[in-house]
Design a protein around this ligand. Structure first.
Ligand code: ATP
Length: 682
């Protein structure tokens, strides 16, 4: 296709006279396109990258039989690319657990864990006792450019959910949200569409002044919105709704926890409302809205939100298809209650396309395609699945891409899904951070052998400080998550764990419980990093470097939702400090090491002794796989192995666990001193 694309290097704030003019012309939502601004914004041409011409995998697309096969196929593709760029973590649409050597290994594990065991059963560890409360030691380092002391004024503020705007009320500061269009030839450019308000302390309200009943949606949808307790639109809803309702393709960026789900669901539902009613006799009515989410939790959550919004539309149905449940059950459910709105994870959707009778035909009715967490879905891990899905829906459709992060690479490849005249709506003000100002972010650097004790001390201090604590601890891989959860459970903290190695029924139960609870710590892999809306999370701790800046932002975004306060701590080893330069534009203060008394250290060491040896072995291998996929760390394999063995010692092991020779070969770590190779006969 002879497309020409033009990159949008950075959206800039429009000059103040233009802003003023735009905003006074229409105080709510405006779209205008002055040409002088436009020509300054699109200077670089972008080469069109056809997905069909991407690297050959050796398999024609039509021969991909199932999810696992596709995973292998993608893995092959990725083996070149993933080392080039970034670490991957455990956020994928997981399929069945299986062996690294087996054909059906999950692709995400191929990236990181290089595990050899399959779904090894450990007690679910559901209910663990309440922990002891210890002495508090905040230890935020001084001289952090006037930042508030770590906990100052935090207590008691979180309750102010709906009152956030009025509390922070102050004078509105006009500033532009950016809408852009990539096609210079058509004379379209970023324009100011709205002006979210800043409070006197500089934080931005997530709510706009526009009420839902001011926009052109059906009365029945408005009624449901009211029942859901929403009155004013959030900033991203205000900015995107009119554009989407006009039928435009949209790429939208808005901070975490600011209502992006409703922003894409509400106008999508309106498309169904306006479509001719489906006859009752029609057994397989067309799917009109297809929403893709990267994780099962997120897909279920989006379907729940959709169900809220269709409450008064009895003729509209919503279904969710996700991995980890029986395909046959989903097929029966879809037959029993056909739907026009389908929310799916990519792998399972592909399964249905290939294995469910009539499903592909139903997809030909898609009018709106939504990619939630679009940057993640367009990333290498999912790209091929997404390309297949795009090929399975009509070309004539509206496409909506939403995320809190839109890295430049994603801007460059988003045209595989979007029309060339799509609009880019960026609600994050130029020059402001992508994270929330009301979330206090700190980082802590300590040798690896101190991490477990430090983590325990940090959690204990937080619990002592806030009886309503609700904490997420992010770990690098599923198996490291399992290890940390075991350890914290041994230390009698009230914990739950969630990661791709857990059965879906367990994941759903734990996720629901954590959503409802207070006084709980959820130890998790990246399956909880994006989109999951747990209310009132007080603290997010990230142990070890996240995959990239976007993943840091999404993990942190589990706290500080809907204008609430929160804290984020990033715990790094000295050799992981390079990651700080990746996130240097975020307001992350250095935190002083909390005092860990010798008794605490001893207690943690004792608890580590009680952790199952097999879990330590798995964690070691997973750890090695994860850091081996990091360009910076893995460039010196000898050093990498030294570090892995430091991790092994930190788990209380005298000698590093053996790793199957085949796995070492796959990791490119054969014959590196310090590793113990395990030869498996037969
Ligand atoms: N207009 C509104 N008024 C008040 N609350 C709202 C409104 N719209 C959505 N919400 C609520 O805000 C919360 C966050 O919404 P949502 O999960 O869609 O955020 P998000 O921007 O998608 O976050 P993330 O980037 O983490 O995926 C949800 O609990 C949702 O019900």
């Amino acid at each position: 296709m002879p497309f020409r694309f033009f990159s949008l290097p950075h959206l800039r704030l429009l000059n103040s006279s233009f802003m003023k003019k735009t905003i006074t012309t229409n105080p709510s939502l405006l779209l205008s396109r002055p040409n002088d601004v436009f020509t300054r914004v699109f200077p670089h041409k972008l080469k069109y990258q056809s997905f069909s011409s991407s690297k050959k995998s050796g398999l024609p697309k039509s021969l991909i039989e199932d999810e696992a096969e596709l995973s292998d196929w993608v893995s092959e593709l990725k083996s070149d690319s993933f080392k080039k760029s970034r670490l991957y973590s455990d956020s994928d649409d997981g399929g069945n657990d299986s062996d690294w050597r087996g054909k059906r290994k999950r692709e995400s594990d191929n990236r990181r864990e290089f595990g050899v065991e399959r779904g090894r059963g450990r007690g679910s560890g559901d209910s663990r006792g309440r922990g002891e409360l210890g002495r508090r030691n905040d230890g935020l380092s001084k001289g952090e450019g006037g930042r508030k002391s770590f906990d100052s004024g935090r207590k008691g503020k979180r309750a102010g959910d709906d009152g956030f705007v009025s509390k922070r009320g102050g004078k509105s500061v006009s500033r532009g949200l950016m809408v852009s269009n990539e096609d210079e030839d058509e004379g379209q450019q970023p324009v100011a569409v709205s002006s979210p308000r800043s409070s006197p302390d500089g934080s931005e309200s997530y709510l706009s002044e526009t009420r839902f009943d001011q926009c052109a949606v059906s009365q029945m949808s408005l009624k449901a919105i009211k029942d859901a307790g929403y009155e004013k639109m959030t900033v991203v809803q205000e900015a995107t709704l009119p554009v989407i309702l006009k039928g435009k393709d949209v790429l939208a960026k808005a901070r975490t926890g600011t209502g992006k789900t409703v922003a894409f669901l509400l106008p999508s539902i309106e498309v169904v409302v306006k479509s001719p009613a489906v006859s009752r006799d029609q057994k397989r009515p067309p799917i009109q809205v297809l929403v893709i989410c990267p994780t099962r939790e997120l897909a279920s959550q989006a379907a729940m939100e959709a169900n809220k919004l269709i409450k008064y539309h009895p003729s509209i149905g919503v279904q969710v298809v996700i991995g980890g449940t029986r395909l046959g059950l989903e097929q029966k459910r879809m037959q029993a209650s056909p739907c026009q709105i389908l929310v799916a994870t990519p792998g399972r959707l592909k399964d249905h396309i290939e294995n469910t009778a009539g499903f592909a035909t139903r997809l030909m009715g898609v009018k709106v395609l939504v990619l939630d967490e679009a940057d993640h879905l367009l990333d290498m891990g999912f790209r091929k699945d997404i390309e297949k899905i795009i090929a399975a829906v009509p070309k004539q459709r509206q496409t909506l891409l939403f995320s809190a992060t839109v890295p430049p690479e994603v801007r460059q490849i988003c045209h595989i899904a979007l029309k060339r005249d799509h609009e880019y709506i960026n609600t994050v003000r130029e020059g402001s951070e992508e994270t929330h100002t009301q979330v206090q972010q700190t980082h802590l650097v300590a040798p690896l052998d101190k991490h477990f004790s430090l983590l325990y001390a940090l959690l204990r201090d937080h619990i002592a400080d806030d009886p309503d604590y609700k904490v997420l601890v992010f770990c690098t891989t599923a198996k490291v998550t399992q290890l940390v959860a075991d350890l914290l459970g041994e230390l009698k903290l009230n914990i739950r764990e969630i990661h791709s190695r857990k059965p879906q029924s367990y994941r759903t139960r734990v996720s629901d419980e954590f959503r409802r609870s207070k006084g709980l710590i959820l130890v998790t892999s990246d399956v909880s990093a994006r989109g999951v809306d747990y209310p009132d999370v007080t603290l997010v701790i990230q142990v070890g470097i996240p995959a990239d800046k976007a993943q840091y932002i999404h993990r942190l975004g589990r706290t500080g939702r809907k204008g609430k306060e929160g804290q984020g701590i990033l715990l790094l080893a000295p050799w992981e400090q390079f990651f700080l330069s990746t996130i240097k534009d975020l307001p992350i203060a250095k935190r002083e090491l909390p005092l860990v008394d010798p008794n605490t250290t001893k207690k943690v060491e004792k608890a580590l002794c009680n952790v199952d040896m097999k879990n330590k072995e798995s964690a070691y291998q997973a750890w090695l796989g994860y850091y081996n996929s990091n360009k910076t760390i893995a460039k010196d394999k000898y050093r990498l192995v030294e570090l892995a063995n430091e991790f092994s010692r930190s788990m209380g092991l005298d000698n590093p666990p053996a790793i199957p020779k085949l796995v070492l070969g796959k990791m490119g770590l054969k014959n590196i001193p310090g590793l113990v190779a395990l030869v498996i006969n037969g």
